[in-house]
Write a protein that binds this ligand. Structure first.
Ligand code: C2G
Length: 129
């Protein structure tokens, strides 16, 4: 059983989120997703997410391509999360390209191209105006 791990906030879930999860799942037998906590999101992006962490965890967990979810509480705990889940692969969008190469010693690190022209921020702007 090879486990793939990915991380993200997945706020205002959209097709760009779905596509990266589907592509990540294809790299192994099992996909585990670390969903950023509300507090981590505030520290990363300077604002609270639209949907709270319990709702985002439930939405991601309900997807067919996702086997397990957990709360990502700190960016500094990546190595611990990878080891704890026995991940063979870490998959991330290429907005994080190069940022996680240090984990190549314990797993394969893969960066996928982001889906163009869609983002949580753009959706919020579109609804607001
Ligand atoms: N994504 C994508 N295409 C988009 C938007 C997002 O492929 N149009 C990908 C991102 O590259 C990321 C994942 O979807 O891999 C989740 O995106 P976010 O929710 O924005 O995640 P982020 O807040 O960047 O959290 O520890 C790492 C972080 O927790 C990642």
């Amino acid at each position: 059983m090879s486990t793939v791990l990915t991380f993200g906030t997945f706020d205002v879930f959209h097709v760009g989120h779905l596509r990266i999860l589907e592509r990540a799942a294809e790299l192994g037998d099992r996909l585990v997703v670390g969903v950023s906590s509300d507090a981590l999101n505030v520290s990363k992006k300077g604002r609270a997410p639209v949907f709270c962490q319990d709702e985002r965890l439930r939405l991601v967990a309900a997807l067919r391509c996702v086997d397990e979810v957990f709360l990502e509480e700190s960016l500094e705990l990546k190595r611990h999360y990878l080891q704890h889940h026995g991940a063979k692969v870490l998959a991330m969008g290429d907005d994080w390209k190069g940022r996680f190469d240090e984990f190549n010693d314990i797993c394969r690190v893969v960066y996928f191209e982001r889906t163009p022209a869609i983002s949580t921020t753009a959706i919020i702007e579109k609804i607001r105006f």
